[in-house]
Design a protein around this ligand. Structure first.
Ligand SMILES: [Ca+2]
Ligand SMILES: [Ca+2]
Ligand SMILES: [Ca+2]
Ligand SMILES: [Ca+2]
Length: 295
């Protein structure tokens, strides 16, 4: 179903609106206070997952391209993103740079963890396929909740996930009011808000429409309470829905809208059942038991 991918539609839209940019990734700790991830956090690539084959376009009109979103544990400064920042090595040893690198579909101020690489990366089944992605340029990044951008040098290469793989959670962190206040599709209920980032664009399995009650009912946020016990909380709602005018352009972010969480509780994980969410290639998710990394 690659040719009909939503991402293709979404990126075609990008082409017409010339939204050239970048995207970002995640990798966060529990309850985040502004600046808490500022010091000592190394910028890390969390995922590089082949999303669509020959299904998307670049803003300057090149079409029939592949996309491969890369997620980071930090925010990436849009103006620092260049195609020369990334090298994709294919399974036959050849290397290629992306044709364009965009912060789209995740394009909100609090979503800068993903860079969507678009180019001619490979051919499924017969190959070659994208094998690894390396960040070799000079991006600028800042920790989530951090205040200052800093230069990121070369990073270790990361294995590219195959086109046929399903989407998986790559980061989760607690949104602060400072980051969240002008978010257009934010939670309208609850008092504790958790950003969940995935490896690829997200729609409901198997309709390809925006996600609904089945996804909300299955998500759980796992907190470690002050007394050391772990407790799971069900969201009242899921937000960051209807990011763009078509579900095909749905981004890789969900916000969990939770009721009050006990004082001192720290986010430790996110879970969701299998076969509820699909990526732009139509592949369903496996059950997720994502553990929030400690720092
Ligand atoms: Ca896939
Ligand atoms: Ca969004
Ligand atoms: Ca949003
Ligand atoms: Ca979203």
């Amino acid at each position: 179903m690659r040719q009909s991918s939503l991402v293709g539609a979404a990126l075609a839209m990008v082409a017409s609106t010339a939204m050239v940019g970048s995207i970002g990734a995640m990798g966060s700790s529990g309850a985040v206070t502004p600046g808490s991830r500022d010091k000592g956090e190394k910028v890390k690539v969390l995922s590089a997952s082949w999303g669509t084959d020959n299904g998307v376009s670049c803003p300057r009109g090149v079409s029939n391209l592949d996309n491969l979103p890369v997620t980071f544990n930090s925010f990436i400064k849009r103006s620092s993103i260049q195609v020369t920042d990334f090298v994709i090595t294919r399974s036959d040893g050849t290397t290629v740079r992306p044709t364009c690198a965009l912060q789209f579909p995740p394009d909100e101020r609090d979503e800068r963890q993903t860079v969507n690489l678009i180019g001619n990366f490979g051919t499924p089944v017969t190959g070659p396929i994208p094998a690894t992605v390396q960040m070799v340029g000079a991006l600028r990044a800042k920790a989530i909740g951090g205040l200052r951008w800093h230069r990121v040098g070369k990073l270790p290469s990361i294995k590219a996930d195959p086109l046929a793989g399903g989407p998986f959670i790559t980061d989760a962190w607690q949104l602060t009011e400072r980051l969240y206040k002008n978010d257009q599709n934010r939670c309208t209920t609850g008092s504790t808000f958790i950003r969940v980032m995935w490896s690829n664009g997200l729609t409901a399995y198997a309709t390809g429409e925006e996600v609904g009650a089945a996804v909300t009912d299955s998500y759980r946020a796992v907190f470690k309470l002050a007394n050391g016990k772990r407790t799971s909380f069900a969201p009242l709602a899921v937000a960051d829905l209807y990011d763009h005018s078509t579900a095909a352009n749905a981004d890789n972010m969900h916000d969990l809208c939770l009721d009050d969480i006990p004082r001192g509780a720290k986010l430790r994980g996110i879970t969701i059942g299998a076969d509820l969410i699909q990526d732009p290639n139509g592949d369903p998710n496996r059950a997720q038991h994502y553990g929030v990394p400690r720092r």
